[in-house]
Every structure is written in structure tokens, then in C-alpha cells.
Design a protein around this ligand. Structure first.
Ligand code: OAD
Length: 249
């Protein structure tokens, strides 16, 4: 007997089969089944324990860089142990089955690339980048244990920062432009595992809608996007995405 989830999956597969260009926007929910905490889960979310504005803003970082650094180092140590899940692998495979797939992620964990996705747009940066705001130098961190003092730039001596977008900062212009253009020109836009609350990432689905694309939400529960999405599947992405890929083959 057909279930509503089967029907929704078939609708999405039919839409994907006709698409000439597809955008996938992912959020923390895609990595939840890899053991990476989301931000807004009431019990396990990162913002259940800290207010974002106390730790992930330029002001918070400037007022106590060691505290902020050790929080990011803790997150690095968590993510360093995580492996991509079936949802990440399915998206890497989907790129070989549909034309012109652009993968945009709000996640900073690098798990899409680890699963084999190429040219991923890391909209909010990468957790493992160390960056100097003064001279622009970047390096990839390999040590994640707590620090006694914030790390400093070898060249200019100023305190380094993690290469992630903090609240109140702008998305790098080239990434925003590429993402917006992809959303404007796609036929199908999949919004996967994101609460659709954080802008400008959340505006990309609306850009795609305004340009006439079919917008599909995959999440555990409805979000502010749900009311305007063309289709929705409410189930874990690590099972929905492999099912879509299996049906596309
Ligand atoms: P959130 O924590 O806000 O939302 C995670 C979403 O994933 C929720 O809507 C959950 O219902 C859903 N979810 C949880 N488990 C899932 C699963 N197994 N399958 C499918 N969906 C699942 O995370 P984001 O939307 O990614 O920004 O948050 C956006 C931004 O806010 C982050 O990039 C970060 C954060 O503050 C910055 O750090 C700048």
C-alpha cells in the first residue's frame, strides 16, 4: 500500500527527473545522524547551552577570544570524530544523476566533501580553518585540544579566528553571488535539514520560488519554509536522500 511518504518521494523524483538544474541547500540536520549536534534542538542543540550572541559574534569573540576559541576547538574535536552518513553520500551520488547540481551547505563540518561531493559552497565557512583578519592568511587546523591562550598569526602577531561566518558578519560576496545565481536558475530547490531561520541562507529558497522553481523541504518537522514549499517529506535525511537516489537510478 502506498503511504503519503512514498507518494511525496515519487513526486520529488518525477520533478528531479525533469530538472535541468538543481540546487540543494543543507543545514545541520543533514549531519545530525553523523553525531554532530544541530543548533536549535531544544535539548541537544548548541544554542541550548550557549546564546549565539555570547559566543558566535565578532563582539563576543573580541571580548573573550580564549573562551570562544575553546568552544570552537571543542566543536572541532567533536566533528573530527564524525563520519559522513548515508545522506551525505546520497547527495554526492545525486550529483551524478541530475544535471547541474549545486550543493550549498550552511554546515561548517566538511562532511559533504568527505562524502565525495565536489565544489561544495560552504556558505558559513569551514570549522577547521584558522584565519587572520589582518593579513588574510589561512591554515588548516589539525590540533583540537583546549588552549591556554588564543592562537596568534605567525606573520603579524594578531589573534587568529576560526574561518566561520559569525552572526552579524556578511557572507563572502563571491559565495553569495554564486548561490543566488544558482537559486535563480534552478528548476528544483531541495532544502534539507535546515530550520530556514537564518538569513541570507534562508532567502535562497525564496529566490528559487520567485524564479519559478519547485521547492522541496526535507526535514523532521515543518519550518517557516513549509507553508510555501511545493512538496515536503518529514523524515530523517539519511533515509530520505538515499531513497530519492535509489529511485533516480
Ligand atoms: P538548526 O539547528 O537551526 O536546524 C536544524 C534542522 O534540522 C531543524 O529544522 C531540524 O528539524 C532538522 N533535523 C534534525 N535532524 C534531522 C534529520 N535527521 N534529518 C532531517 N532534518 C533534521 O540548523 P541550521 O538550519 O543549519 O550559523 O542553522 C542555520 C545556521 O544557524 C547555522 O549554519 C549556524 C547556526 O547558528 C552560523 O553559525 C552562522
Amino acid at each position: 500500500m502506498s503511504t503519503s511518504r512514498d507518494d511525496a518521494t515519487q513526486t520529488v523524483v518525477d520533478t528531479l527527473k525533469q530538472a535541468r538544474s538543481v540546487v540543494v541547500l543543507t543545514g545541520a540536520g543533514v549531519s545530525a545522524e553523523s553525531g554532530v549536534p544541530t543548533f536549535r534542538d531544544a535539548q541537544t542543540g548548541l544554542w541550548a547551552h550557549h546564546k549565539a550572541e555570547d559566543i558566535a559574534t565578532p563582539e563576543a569573540f573580541a571580548s573573550d577570544p580564549l573562551f570562544a576559541w575553546n568552544w570552537y576547538r571543542w566543536r572541532r574535536s567533536l566533528v573530527a570524530q564524525a563520519e559522513p552518513n548515508a545522506g551525505h553520500y546520497a547527495l554526492a551520488q545525486m550529483a551524478t544523476l541530475v544535471p547541474n547540481l549545486t550543493l550549498i551547505t550552511q554546515n561548517v563540518d566538511g562532511l559533504h566533501a568527505a562524502a565525495g561531493s565536489e565544489s561544495v559552497i560552504e556558505f558559513h565557512g569551514n570549522l577547521f580553518d584558522d584565519r587572520c583578519d589582518s593579513c588574510g592568511v589561512r591554515s588548516r587546523a589539525t590540533q583540537h585540544e583546549p588552549l591556554d591562550a588564543p592562537p596568534t598569526c605567525n606573520r603579524c602577531g594578531v589573534i587568529l579566528r576560526p574561518g566561520v561566518v559569525l552572526f552579524g558578519e556578511l557572507i563572502p560576496e563571491s559565495l553569495l553571488r554564486r548561490s543566488t545565481q544558482a537559486a535563480q536558475h534552478c528548476d528544483v530547490f531541495l532544502s534539507v535539514g535546515t530550520s530556514s531561520l537564518v538569513y541570507p541562507a534562508a532567502s535562497l529558497a525564496k529566490t528559487a520560488l520567485s524564479a519559478g522553481a519547485s521547492v522541496v523541504e526535507i526535514n523532521m518537522e515543518p519550518t517557516p519554509l513549509s507553508g510555501v514549499a511545493d512538496a515536503a517529506i518529514y523524515a530523517p535525511s539519511a533515509s530520505v536522500l538515499p531513497a530519492l537516489v535509489a529511485a533516480l537510478q
